[in-house]
Design a protein. Structure first.
Length: 333
C-alpha cells in the first residue's frame, strides 16, 4: 500500500481508511483472519473511536492487533477484540504505547541479497530499524531461489525461499561480511524472552511458515547475537558509520521501516545517508522514498501490481521490486 506521509483532517475517517486499506492491500491473500478483523474494525464506530484516540503513529493495524495478541495469548477475532477494548482498553493502550511495529522478517534478506552481493567486499553492514537484528545475518542463512541454492555459514539457520521474477542477478556466492551493526529506537534482544514473545505476536495468523522461520532465525541469532545500538536514524547514523573497520565497504540499508517515519524526517534521513561514504539499499513501499511512487516513471508504473510489494532501491534509485515479506523478488525486464 503506497504511503504518502500525509495526515487527515478527520481522525475517525482516517482510521477507517487505514483499516480498510490494510484489509485490502496487506492482509488479503495472506491472513484471512486479519483481513476479516480489519474490515470488521472499520465498520464498528466504537472500535474506530478507540483507534482514533491513539497517536497517529500508534494506529497501525499490525501494532494494535499485535498488542491485542500479546494480552490475549492468541490472535483475536472481532468478538474478542471488542471485549478486550471494553474491559481492558487501558491495558491495551499501555502495550500499544510501549511497543512499536518491529516485524523482523528474515526472508527480507533474500530480496536484498542480489543487490548486496554486487557491492565491493568485504562489507560493513548497518541496518536502520534493525529490530532484533535478524536481517543482519545474511551470511548465516541459506537461500533457495527456485532451485538456485546458496549455503549459509550456520547449518541450523533457516533456508530462505524466494521466487526470482525476471532477470534477477542471483549471486554465485554469499558476500563476505567483516562487520555488522543495527540501529533502532528500541532494539529488541533475542536473548530476552519477552522481546521474543513480542516478535512472535507480530507474525500474522495463517502464516505458519513465517512463525517457523522466525523461531529458527532467533535460535541462530542467539548463538551469536548481532551488535545493536539504540539511536535515531536522523542523528546517530554518522557515529555508527565511523565505527566500521577500515577497508570494509559500508552498506546502509532498511526494509519496510521508513513508512513509520514522517515524510519530512524521511527527507532528512535521505540527505544524511547521501552525505556519508556508503552504499544505500532499501526495500520500502511505493512512495515512501522520493521518486518511487507508482507514477514516478513509466517503467515502474508498468511493473507495479496490486500485490503487497516494495520498491528496491540502490542509492535512492529504483532497481527492482519485492514482496514485503520476502517471498519473491523481481527485476524489470
Amino acid at each position: 500500500m503506497p504511503d504518502t506521509g500525509q495526515g487527515d483532517d478527520d481522525p475517525m475517517a482516517a482510521a477507517v481508511r487505514e483499516y480498510q486499506q490494510f484489509a485490502r492491500w496487506e492482509a488479503r491473500g495472506r491472513s484471512p483472519a486479519y483481513e476479516s478483523l480489519a474490515e470488521a474494525v472499520a465498520c464498528d464506530p466504537g472500535l474506530v473511536e478507540f483507534i482514533a484516540s491513539l497517536p497517529p503513529a500508534k494506529q497501525q493495524p499490525q501494532l494494535v492487533f499485535g498488542a491485542a495478541r500479546y494480552l490475549l495469548g492468541r490472535p483475536p477475532d472481532i468478538v474478542e477484540f471488542r471485549a478486550l477494548i471494553g474491559r481492558s482498553s487501558a491495558d491495551l493502550t499501555r502495550v500499544i504505547m510501549a511497543r512499536r511495529t518491529q516485524t523482523n522478517e528474515p526472508a527480507r534478506c533474500a530480496v536484498l541479497l542480489p543487490a548486496l552481493a554486487q557491492l565491493p567486499q568485504p562489507l560493513a553492514l548497518i541496518e536502520v530499524g534493525a529490530s532484533a537484528g535478524l536481517t543482519l545475518l545474511f551470511d548465516r542463512y541459506s537461500y533457495d531461489y527456485a532451485g538456485h541454492f546458496l549455503a549459509g555459514a550456520d547449518p541450523g539457520a533457516p533456508t530462505l525461499r524466494c521466487e526470482p521474477r525476471g532477470p534477477v542477478p542471483l549471486p554465485s556466492r554469499l558476500p563476505r561480511i567483516a562487520w555488522r551493526a543495527g540501529l533502532d529506537l528500541n532494539p529488541l534482544d533475542v536473548t530476552n524472552d519477552d522481546d521474543v514473545r513480542w516478535l512472535s505476536c507480530l507474525v500474522w495468523p495463517g502464516e505458519s511458515d513465517r512463525a517457523q522461520r522466525l523461531a529458527a532465525a532467533i535460535a541462530a541469532a542467539r548463538r551469536d547475537p548481532p551488535a545493536l545500538f539504540r539511536g535515531d536514524l536522523r542523528t546517530d547514523l554518522p557515529g555508527l558509520v565511523s565505527q566500521a573497520p577500515p577497508g570494509a565497504h559500508v552498506v546502509i540499508y532498511h526494509s519496510s521501516v521508513l513508512y513509520q517515519v514522517p515524510a519530512r524526517q524521511r527527507e532528512q534521513f535521505a540527505a544524511a545517508v547521501r552525505a556519508l561514504n556508503a552504499s544505500w539499499l532499501s526495500s520500502e513501499a511505493p512512495g515512501v522514498l522520493p521518486g518511487t511512487s507508482r507514477a514516478s516513471s513509466d517503467e515502474l508504473s508498468d511493473e507495479l501490481s496490486d500485490e503487497l510489494e516494495c520498491v528496491l532501491t540502490r542509492d535512492g534509485e529504483a532497481i527492482g521490486f519485492a514482496d514485503s515479506h520476502g517471498t519473491w523478488v523481481r527485476w524489470p525486464a
